[in-house]
Design a protein around this ligand. Sequence first.
Ligand SMILES: *[C@@H]1O[C@H](CO)[C@@H](O)[C@H](O)[C@H]1NC(C)=O
Ligand SMILES: *[C@@H]1O[C@H](CO)[C@@H](O)[C@H](O)[C@H]1NC(C)=O
Ligand SMILES: *[C@@H]1O[C@H](CO)[C@@H](O)[C@H](O)[C@H]1NC(C)=O
Ligand SMILES: *[C@@H]1O[C@H](CO)[C@@H](O)[C@H](O)[C@H]1NC(C)=O
Ligand SMILES: *[C@@H]1O[C@H](CO)[C@@H](O)[C@H](O)[C@H]1NC(C)=O
Ligand SMILES: *[C@@H]1O[C@H](CO)[C@@H](O)[C@H](O)[C@H]1NC(C)=O
Length: 431
Amino acid sequence: MNLPSSTSGTMKVPRGRPPLPVIIVTLCALAFIALIYTETINFLSPRSIFKLKSCSRKNAARKSNDKTAENNVDDSIVDDRFEFDPEECNVANGKWVFNRSIKPSYSDRSCPYLDRQVSCVKNGRPDSDYRHWEWQPEDCTLPRFNPLLALKKLRGKRLLFVGDSLQRGQWQSFVCMVESIIPEDKKSMRRGRSLSVFRAEEYNATIEFYWAPFLVESNSDLHIIGDPKQRILKVDSVSKHAKHWLGVDILVFNSYVWWMSGLTLKTLWGSFANGEEGYEVLDTPVAYRIGLKTWANWVDSTVNPNKTRVFFTTMSPTHTRSKDWNNTNGIKCFNETKPVMKKKHWGTGSDRGMMSVVSSVVKKMKVPVSFINITQISEYRIDAHASVYTETGGKLLTDEQKADPLHHADCIHWCLPGVPDTWNQIFLAHL
Ligand SMILES: *[C@@H]1O[C@H](CO)[C@@H](O)[C@H](O)[C@H]1NC(C)=O
Ligand SMILES: *[C@@H]1O[C@H](CO)[C@@H](O)[C@H](O)[C@H]1NC(C)=O
Ligand SMILES: *[C@@H]1O[C@H](CO)[C@@H](O)[C@H](O)[C@H]1NC(C)=O
Ligand SMILES: *[C@@H]1O[C@H](CO)[C@@H](O)[C@H](O)[C@H]1NC(C)=O
Ligand SMILES: *[C@@H]1O[C@H](CO)[C@@H](O)[C@H](O)[C@H]1NC(C)=O
Ligand SMILES: *[C@@H]1O[C@H](CO)[C@@H](O)[C@H](O)[C@H]1NC(C)=O
């Protein structure tokens, strides 16, 4: 669907005092425009929130031991996790380093599982520098993503990514990084509308994705409603989705950008006997807190932390406002070919208030949840979004659309291979 931006961009007028700065609202609107037209009937890609915390030097050493010992890793891996000292190295503190000899382990031609939405090279992206940046934490060495090690860690297990289209991107990145070492007849992929499953037979492992852009239920899950004003969230209901999360060994959740369609959201709770009547309009952070609390209660009452590990990928930054990085003549992230180099750069597309809602909900949980904290490292990467090298409504952007980046550049989703590969590198280091 290619909604005219006027529809999707119209913001709801907040009642009373605006809870968020107007600028954020504008951004949200722009972000949402991009979101809506890059989503077909599909899903928003999920972004994962990982705890980017730690990799101490000690730990880094252990990791490289794992690599060399990868043929007899199985037992040592288990120990590794407990050796991990999250306090010693903050993975989010570091810099992107350009190195042309670093090559992604897959391409959008070699990996058959990538959606066209993120296949930037196939879609005509001419520049390639964005594929040769490596994230280097200041205080430790982040081990490279080792596909064999990843598969060994997943032996006999189900790994499930749950969330939106950014999370779907992380899932596809993970699958593409491991699939090339699996022989053709020992792997399979089944794509479904809500659940997709990649299977690695020899490892009896699955790497799965479940579409639930708000985690909680809404009237816009499978049949996406383009106009955010028509969406209604059932903030206290999660079981319809969560029944698909049972028995999973490693759960990775995310949810952020779908909440950011405006200052307020229509929400329902209690009985739904009235259909969609009787909703309440809540400020976005309030609705987000209630929705996440519902998710947290499900995790705490259902997940056995001795059997299942739970991760949460923090918000994936949107780069729809080039003033954030002082490119006053820029059009969103269009034509950007270099990361922002200014340390701790943080744009208006990452809402710290929403981040603190997530932290405070997670802090109170019984089941430990590790953050994959991708926000800061991804904030720098204004160069790595799909931009105009993407699709809309199931079709590649036309030349006319490409020539109109203000309305058509997607500065939310990431090219693959690309930044989500680093998210998974961090994820694997913490697994
Ligand atoms: C670039 O990457 C290659 C391959 O990983 C490595 O051998 C080389 O030392 C790196 N160069 C720099 C300047 O870091
Ligand atoms: C394969 O993994 C599943 C869990 O994902 C487990 O229930 C089953 O017993 C495993 N099968 C074999 C043959 O190891
Ligand atoms: C998890 O393991 C610990 C230690 O073995 C045990 O005390 C606890 O009851 C277990 N929890 C659950 C939910 O099984
Ligand atoms: C943009 O300019 C402001 C004011 O000069 C400066 O403080 C900020 O660091 C700059 N941001 C970037 C990303 O260069
Ligand atoms: C985009 O970059 C190309 C090459 O640097 C340049 O020729 C073109 O004018 C730029 N377009 C815009 C709209 O900035
Ligand atoms: C993620 O990292 C940023 C800084 O890089 C920090 O401000 C934020 O609190 C972290 N988020 C969580 C949920 O830990």
